[in-house]
Design a protein around this ligand. Structure first.
Ligand code: FDA
Ligand code: NAD
Length: 455
């Protein structure tokens, strides 16, 4: 096995796969690139794991959702990497990184070296055992990040057929996994601390639609805090104990209480902030220093090229905290669209530097989405400022089209839409990007999604 590569992508997830495709697009010689991944399969579209992968009938299985099918592109089957002369080094966890010496060391002691490194290690799950919750290591408590964990959950769904599931967490995983467990005919209780589900995006009014919709589907929603589990002799949780004294019977427990970017390998070696690896315009950073750089960012005079504070080391996807030019702020994004685009952008930067060409700026406007039951929503832009709700947020109505605009400093900065069609989703994306001025917010309520289409 070769151990030195011109380029190494550390992490074979969404960003890893899209970066590999971009290297090939830009021109890559056989033997130049390796992807090192802890997972045992070629890069795939992670969002499938909490959706079609868990369908009781006709579930999605690899190879159908290898990257880059999510962006409407060609699927990169394992053979694609071989054909392109890319070393796909799977089932290999890197446990030590020495960025000064440009080496990575695997758990089995293999030493890899590189000229250029792209860090695409993504996130890991926050566990209830991290907070010392009693009994949290029980065998039937599931977290979902990687396909191997999804397989364990699928097996448990079969073993505990038609049983009782408790889903802990009211965020993305909580909502998507509750729907998946319900669709698998489990009796489901969802538990999260109040005041409403997905508070980092949803307003109370948006959340009330989804909470009512879930309740109508037979989901029992409890606003509470889990303090422990009663386990049996086989080390399985039999019940979930809440702080207020309630006890919920469980055959399966699914937990989604947040993610944490995987940056520990690089602690003390790279500039970090808010848990992410700082990426910036290396040239401006070196020229003017950290504080002036931040000032330049505030006045919109700098870009992000996904270069970290160490030369020839890039960070993309969930781990990168980057200048979001539109909002003049350093931000991290834990969603698939940014993972894809940041990976492609970093590779373009690498190639532009090699060829002495000007660097392009990363102008990113956040976009994320979710799908559960027969619902599907999109959000574009920034969820900052006042909100105006529009449409019918009545979960019993046949048309479930409703949404919200966020208004800041007289401009529409963000838009959310449930059950939008292609044209409508495109229109709200346009609004988020162009931020039209609005003098009378009542117009937004009156026109609803028509405002975005007509703008
Ligand atoms: P990603 O997590 O995809 O890949 C990181 C890779 O690095 C993994 O293969 C990991 O094993 C590997 N790795 C980490 N450390 C390593 C080490 N030391 N050595 C070797 N390999 C290592 N977003 C969205 O917009 N819409 C959606 O519907 C969903 N749905 C969704 C469902 C589920 C179940 C999850 C977990 C996440 C989503 N997301 C999402 C979020 C989205 O999937 C996420 O933002 C991207 O996968 C991030 O891409 P990255 O490549 O940064 O990390
Ligand atoms: P999240 O941050 O979306 O939600 C965490 C939820 O857990 C919050 O509602 C919070 O109130 C709740 N919570 C926190 N501590 C708790 C506790 N002790 N007990 C009960 N509830 C608690 O995180 P997630 O849903 O776990 O998702 C993990 C990662 O996967 C994130 O990066 C997310 O962006 C990503 N993801 C995204 C999508 C999507 O974009 N559609 C889908 C699935 C996962």
């Amino acid at each position: 096995m070769r151990n030195h590569f011109k380029y190494i992508i550390l992490g074979g997830g969404v960003a890893g796969g899209y970066a590999a495709r971009e290297f090939v697009k830009q021109g890559l010689n056989a033997g130049e690139l390796a992807i090192i991944s802890k997972e045992g399969v070629a890069p795939y579209e992670r969002p499938a794991l909490s959706k079609a992968y868990l369908f009781p009938e006709g579930p999605a299985r690899l190879p159908t959702f290898h990257v880059c099918v999510g962006s409407g592109g060609e699927r990169l089957f394992p053979e694609w990497y071989t054909e392109k002369g890319i070393d796909l080094i799977l089932d290999t966890e890197i446990v030590k990184a020495d960025l000064a010496s440009k080496v990575l060391i695997s758990a089995s002691g293999t030493v890899f070296s590189y000229d250029i490194l792209i860090i695409a290690t993504g996130s890991t799950v926050i566990k209830l055992s991290d907070f010392g919750v009693q009994g949290a290591n029980a065998k039937n408590i599931f977290y979902l990040r990687e396909i191997s964990k999804a397989d364990k959950l699928v097996a448990a769904i079969k073993t505990k057929k038609n049983g009782k599931a408790v889903v802990i967490g009211g965020g993305y995983i909580g909502l998507e996994l509750t729907a998946a467990m319900k669709t698998n005919n489990f009796s489901v209780t969802m538990v999260y601390p109040g005041p409403w589900c997905m508070p980092r995006l949803f307003t109370a009014e948006i959340a009330s639609f989804y909470e009512a919709y879930y309740t109508n589907k037979g989901v029992n929603i409890i606003k509470g805090t889990v303090v422990g589990f009663d386990t049996d002799a086989s080390e399985e949780a039999k019940s979930v104990k809440l702080k207020d004294g309630r006890v919920l019977d469980a055959d399966i427990v699914v937990v989604g209480v947040g993610g944490r970017p995987l940056t520990t390998l690089f602690a003390g070696q790279l500039e970090e902030e808010k848990g992410g690896i700082t990426v910036q315009s290396e040239f401006l950073f070196a020229l003017c220093g950290y504080y002036s750089y931040r000032l330049l960012l505030k006045v919109g005079k700098t870009d992000g090229c996904f270069r970290t504070s160490v030369p020839n080391v890039y960070a993309v996807g969930d781990v990168a905290i980057f200048p979001m030019i539109q909002y003049k702020e350093m931000r991290r994004v834990e969603h698939v669209d940014h993972a894809r685009k940041s990976a492609e952008h970093a590779v373009k930067v690498i190639k532009a530097i090699e060829e002495g060409e000007p660097l392009q700026e990363y102008h990113y406007v956040p976009y994320f989405y979710s799908r559960f039951f027969d619902l599907s929503w999109q959000f574009h832009g920034d969820n900052d400022g006042e909100t105006v709700l529009f449409g019918k947020n009545d979960p019993t109505s046949a048309s479930r089209k409703f949404g919200a605009y966020w208004i800041k400093d007289g401009k529409v900065v963000g838009a959310f839409l449930e059950s939008g069609n292609q044209e409508e989703n495109k229109a709200i994306a346009w609004v988020a990007k162009h931020q039209p001025s609005i003098s009378d917010p009542s117009l937004l309520k009156e026109k609803g999604v028509g405002f975005a289409i007509g703008t």
